[in-house]
Unconditional design. Structure first.
Length: 185
């Protein structure tokens, strides 16, 4: 079932984290923070919405990094129920795709809870002071990638954040698979 993100709560502060990366390092919010802003993406290996736009996520991350935007991706899905999203499979995928950003594992789902992440992909675009400025979609793609000339909503929004410190007032929610939460014990 497709889930959409809520409206952007402008200025909301990014919660700190410390998570293991597929590169063997432990990463914190301060480690990934960029001088002009920070993009935190909740993604996973198996979601068709993510798979459809992985190449665009990588392209936009690279382009945003050149603008001074720090980028990281976090997978918070229950790997016991969704083995494709295990840390080992995350490591394999990160290497296979040569991800240009840290791919982090939120095994206990505390970071997804702190960010109130609801779907994959879910994009959180912060300004240089780590205030939320964008919580919208990558582009108009759905379960299938849209045409190559689609407006790059995420890139344009974060470019604006890098240049002005503020995101767009009009934002279209991201849509994707729900975060796969662990059953409460």
């Amino acid at each position: 079932m497709a889930v959409s993100t809520p409206i952007c709560d402008l200025g909301w502060k990014a919660p700190a984290f410390s998570l293991p990366g597929t590169d063997g390092r432990t990463w914190t919010l301060e480690d990934v923070r960029g001088p002009k802003g920070t993009l935190i993406m909740f993604i996973c290996n198996h979601c068709p919405y993510v798979i459809a736009v992985r190449d665009r996520i990588i392209r936009d991350a690279r382009d945003l990094q050149t603008l001074g935007i720090g980028v990281a991706a976090i997978s918070s899905n229950d790997a016991a129920a969704y083995p494709d999203d295990s840390f080992e499979n995350m490591q394999r995928l990160a290497q296979e795709l040569a991800l240009p950003f840290p791919y982090l594992y939120d095994e206990d789902q505390s970071v997804a809870t702190a960010y109130d992440a609801v779907c994959t992909p879910d994009f959180f675009g912060f300004d240089a002071e780590l205030g939320l400025q964008y919580r919208g979609r990558l582009d108009a793609s759905r379960k299938e990638a849209g045409p190559p000339d689609l407006r790059r909503d995420l890139y344009e929004a974060m470019k604006q954040v890098a240049e002005t410190g503020q995101g767009p007032t009009e934002q279209i929610p991201s849509m994707g698979c729900s975060i796969k939460w662990k059953d409460a014990a």
